[in-house]
Design a binder for this molecule. Sequence first.
Ligand SMILES: Nc1ncnc2c1ncn2[C@@H]1O[C@H](COP(=O)(O)OP(=O)(O)O)[C@@H](O)[C@H]1O
Ligand SMILES: [Mg+2]
Length: 367
Amino acid sequence: MTPPNGDTLATAPDAPAEKATAPENHVIEVHDMIKQFDGKVVLNGINLNIRRGETMVIMGGSGSGKSTLLRCIIGSLKPDGGGIRLFGDEITSMTDGEMDGVRKKFGILFQSGALFNSMTLRENVALPLQEHTDLPGDVIDIMVKIKLEMVGLREHATKYPAQISGGMKKRAGLARALALDPQILFYDEPSAGLDPVTSAEIDQLIIDLSKRLGVTSVVVTHEMDSAFTIADRMAMLDKGRMLTVQTRQFFENMRDGEPDHLDHDGQLIRQFLRGDADGPITARKLSTSYEEDLLGLDETETYVRPAIQPTRTVKEVKEKKPETAADSTAPTATVADMTDNQTDESKQPDRRTGPDDRRTGEEDRRE
Ligand SMILES: Nc1ncnc2c1ncn2[C@@H]1O[C@H](COP(=O)(O)OP(=O)(O)O)[C@@H](O)[C@H]1O
Ligand SMILES: [Mg+2]
């Protein structure tokens, strides 16, 4: 269903068709990519081109393959078929040494922020600079201050991760991801585990950084409010298939327009975007037979629930007031603005151990 360039698909005839762009504008090119685990195909012929400077949101339900796609793009998983080019170079055939060189050009924000809990924020952000550059200590100090200022944490430089809120940890993780002035920033579920206001604040930061630094951002999320706030273009994965890659406007038209003219995939995307309880996603779940359910033959979840998690209602944060005594940068929120989706400190890495930049949020969660 997705054309070879991964750029266009006329799922909703009324929406403006997208123009394909020249390959020299693509910083990431995924072509016919296949990934399987233990013989089970989890990514099936993925095509996706990401343009320099844009914010691409990769969305899809739980288990649709978003994190796996991200891990293949950053070179921590090897695809079983097809190819991936970063900055024009095929990475699937690179040696570890060559891949390390490419990795310096991008930053990754994991779900937990993946900070070293035994180090202060300043030390955490300094680490990539100490490891990957020959810069003298005083220059590194200045660069660390700049990165922490970019995410609003300069005054908290000497705090340890255990002393700050979940949203601040995300921002600190982002400062670290920015340390080497990356050309691409990858985010895996940046809003996961955050309250609605903090989540909106992270969205705003992603937008600001992409504007101010001109970086390309690739954001994996299943949160539609967040996706529609930050995306230039969006890619929709479903059970390892790339259904479509389109502009945010296209998806907005699809979400808000009438469903009549949409084909099956279009209806499925629309249900996902709207979080409707009825639609092809629900029908698919209900169609699993009792035997399949009992014997675990179908990999999908078999209970019925809305396609997406409840989303926040607050999109913009105008005023700020301290969230805790330690957090003078947290936004103002009334009780009515908040959901019970509070920061989950249990997702943080063990204080004695440190993060591995190649891990995903899933791995962090397992700790
Ligand atoms: N390391 C792994 N080994 C085996 N199966 C995996 C592994 N990582 C992911 N999977 C499977 O691949 C599918 C896609 O997972 P994932 O990319 O994490 O989905 P998402 O991020 O969209 O929730 C799921 O069925 C998951 O169970
Ligand atoms: Mg994931």
